[in-house]
Design a protein around this ligand. Sequence first.
Ligand code: 8Z2
Length: 298
Amino acid sequence: MTMRSFGLIRQCCNALVRVPLAREKSPVSLPISHLSRSLTTAAEALKITYDEKSEVATMHLCRKPVNGLSLEFITQISIALEKLENERSCRGVIISSGCDNVFCAGLDINEMLRPTPERLEIFWKTLQDMWLQLFTTRLMTVAAITGHCIAGGCLISSACDHRVMAPNFKIGLNEVKLGIVAPFWLVDSVKNLIGYRQTEWSLMKGHLFSSEDALRLGLVDKVVPQDQVVLQAEADMAEWLQVPDSARHLSKTLMRRDTVVRFRSGREADLKTFVNYIPKESIQKTLHSYVESLKSKK
Ligand SMILES: CCCCCCCCC/C=C/C(=O)SCCNC(=O)CCNC(=O)[C@H](O)C(C)(C)COP(=O)(O)OP(=O)(O)OC[C@H]1O[C@@H](n2cnc3c(N)ncnc32)[C@H](O)[C@@H]1OP(=O)(O)O
C-alpha cells in the first residue's frame, strides 16, 4: 500500500486560526495547539493518510480522550476536508477514530460552559460549515465507527454516505439529556436515514440506539467486529468507488437537496438561537450538572 501524508494539510492544521479566547472580549490569533483542551496536541489530533493506489484518504480522529469536537478540532477537520476535496486524485475518505471505544462523544461540552459570545458564535458557524462540507462533498465518505457515536459524533456519521459500526456501542442524539436540542439540520440528516417517527421519539427521549438497533433502523449500514471495522470500511469504499464519481455525487446532491436548501435558509436563525440559548443560566446549570455526572460515574 502506498501511503503518503498530506503535507499541505498538516501545514494548515498547524496554522494560526483566528479564534476568540474564552473570557476575552476580542478575537486574537494563536496557534491552535495553544488553545486545545484535550490530552492531545492539535498536531496529534487529526491524522490524514492517503493511499495512492485506492485513491482513498483516511481521516483519523485522535483527540483524546473521546474526540470531543472543540472549535480548534472542527476547524482542523474542516480544513482537511477542503484540502481533500481539492486534491484531484482523491476520490473517497474514510473517517476513523484513534480513541479507545469511542468514535466521537460529540461536541466538547467545555465549549458551551460559560462561553464568550464571540467564541460561541465562531464555534457554531464552524460546526455548521463543517457539517455542510461533509454532507455535500464530492468525495465518497465512509464512517468507520469503532465505538460510541454520540450527538455531534452522530452529526459526523450521519453526514457520511456509508457507515460501518462495531457491536455493543451506542449511537444517536442524546442532546435533551444535556438540556439542549439538536439543530434542525442534524435532525434532518438523521431523519433521512431512519424516518420521522424513530427520529422524533429518540430525539425527545435522548435515546441512544445500540449498534444492533441502529443497523435494523438504517442508522448504520453494517455491524462487524471492532477489529474488522476499518477493513470492512475499506472494502465497502472500494465497492462504492466502482460507481462513476460524478453520477454518484449528482445522485447524492439530488437526494440531499431539500435538506441543504432548508439549512441554507435557516442557518442564520439557527446561529442566533444557539448563541442566545446556551448562555442562559438554566442551560448552564444543566450542562454543569451533566459534566459533573460524567465525572462522578468513575
Ligand atoms: C434551542 C437549541 C439550541 C442549542 C443547540 C445545541 C445543539 C448541540 C448539538 C450537539 C451536542 C453535543 O454533541 S453535546 C455532547 C453529547 N455527548 C455526550 O453526552 C457524551 C458524553 N460522554 C459519554 O457518555 C462517555 O464519556 C462515553 C463517550 C460513553 C465514553 O465513556 P468512557 O467511560 O469511555 O469515558 P469517560 O470517563 O466518560 O470520559 C472520558 C473523559 O472525557 C470527558 N468527556 C466525555 N464526553 C465529553 C464531551 N462530549 N465533551 C467534553 N468532555 C467529555 C469525560 O468527562 C471524562 O473526563 P475526565 O473525567 O476529565 O477524564
